[in-house]
Write a protein that binds this ligand. Structure first.
Ligand SMILES: *Cc1c(COP(=O)(O)O)cnc(C)c1O
Length: 409
């Protein structure tokens, strides 16, 4: 544990640092914006009416609380630990992203911002942002790498249906990292009316802490629900890591329960080796600065940021939230990598055993559960975050399995 804290839940410090990670590495032009945002979020945090407004929308618009579900057949099939899923795939828009977007947009409205901008990779955060903007009648502009615009046509169409403007980003390699850079540039140029809604626990302070606080509802509910179901804490938590927001959301309320083992699952792609065909920033990267914070990044020997690779488009951010970097270095959480092939096998098992078509991201978490559960005793409780549903992934899975989805074979 960092000497500064007696608790893992007190971070970040005033300058936005979790140990030596995080911070505010931004230009002078951006600094006043993020300082103001930090102040306004600090005010909102202690304002009961803010949380009451959010809570009502969680209940009536998102469908929270999401269930905590005991996976009976999967548990029997694997023959060891008792497996529970936190069902955040049942949220409106099909994933955990909306938890964060609602929080940020309620804050934006309180700051009297009328134009919301966002970056998106696979398009899930863009869709969640466009959704909440439509709900509140706010202008929405989504930056998306030109390469991703081509790869993720259904989500581009969804965003446009919801009234958002999607701007293809051609700078750099035209992927998520470049979209985030362009969104930051837009924010500096349109200070007065614009709010930047970041999609994961990354970016300059206060974003990593703010997004975590909005996602922590996942872990708070899970803790209560586990108490009701089993009368105790789970023994192990497992969640997939892209930027790390669904994982931080599940983990955060358990950080100061030392008896709970915490495991983050990164995308191992084709395997963690010199070919770098993966997206495991912690298990296969090293520290550097990107998007305003210091964290673990995928980079070449010269410090050039590399493109991540994963069968799951939602996991291919080349960095990871700074709080995860800190939990990794302090040893409070463990991080492992799961390959595309292992995730595909877990995807299929989940469909067959539980009647749940998972997103490819949580299929990575489940693949790790499949590895560890058989070796654990029957009274060991695992809780994994089923953070998204797989409708969006069936075409990718069909292709990977060599099936022509139109002819059915
Ligand atoms: C976006 C996304 C992720 C990755 O983002 P995190 O910030 O790591 O949670 C994981 N799962 C699903 C279903 C997603 O949509």
């Amino acid at each position: 544990m960092d000497d500064l804290y007696n608790s893992y839940t007190l971070g970040p410090d005033e300058s936005g640092r979790f140990g030596k990670f995080g911070g505010r590495f931004v230009s002078e032009t951006l600094m006043p914006l993020i300082l103001e945002l930090g102040e306004r979020f600090d005010q909102a945090k202690t304002d009961e009416s803010f949380w009451a407004e959010l809570s009502a929308l969680h209940q009536n618009y998102v469908g929270r609380p999401s269930p905590l579900y005991y996976c009976e057949r999967l548990t029997t099939h694997l023959g060891g630990a008792k497996i529970y899923m936190k069902r955040d795939e049942l949220n409106h828009t099909g994933a955990h992203k909306i938890n964060n977007v609602l929080g940020q947009i309620i804050l934006a409205r309180r700051m009297e911002k009328t134009r919301i901008i966002a970056e998106t990779g696979a398009g899930q955060h863009g869709v969640a942002t466009a959704t909440v903007c439509a709900k509140f009648g706010l202008k929405c502009v989504v930056y998306m790498g030109a390469h991703d615009v081509e790869r993720q046509a259904p989500n581009v169409f969804r965003m446009r249906l919801l009234g958002a403007e999607v701007i293809p980003v051609t700078s750099g390699r035209g992927t998520l990292k470049d979209a985030m850079n362009d969104a930051l540039r837009d924010w500096v140029t349109n200070v007065n009316d614009t709010f930047y809604c970041i999609g994961t626990v990354a970016g300059p302070h206060p974003y990593p802490a703010m997004v975590r606080d909005f996602q922590a509802i996942i872990g708070r509910e899970a803790k209560q629900q586990m108490h009701a179901a089993e009368g105790r804490l789970p023994d192990t938590l497992v969640a997939a890591i892209g930027g790390g927001s669904n994982a931080m959301g599940l983990f955060y309320p358990f950080l100061d329960d030392p008896e709970v083992t915490i495991i983050g699952v990164e995308a191992g792609g084709k395997g963690i080796d010199e070919t770098m065909q993966h997206c495991a920033s912690l298990t296969g990267g090293r520290p550097g600065v990107l998007h305003g914070n210091r964290t673990y990044l995928l980079q070449d020997p010269d410090g050039q940021i590399l493109e991540g690779f994963s069968i799951s488009a939602g996991l291919d951010y080349p960095g990871v939230g700074p709080e995860h970097a800190w939990l990794y270095e302090t040893g409070r959480a463990q991080y492992v990598a799961i390959t595309d092939q292992q995730a595909l096998a877990a995807f299929q098992l989940c469909c067959e055993q539980e009647g749940i078509i998972p997103a490819l991201e949580p299929a990575h978490a489940l693949a790790h559960v499949m590895k560890i559960a058989p070796k654990l005793p029957r009274d060991h409780i695992i809780c994994m975050n089923m953070c998204g549903r797989g409708d969006k992934d069936i075409f990718t899975v069909a292709r990977a399995l060599g099936i022509d989805i139109d002819s059915g074979h």
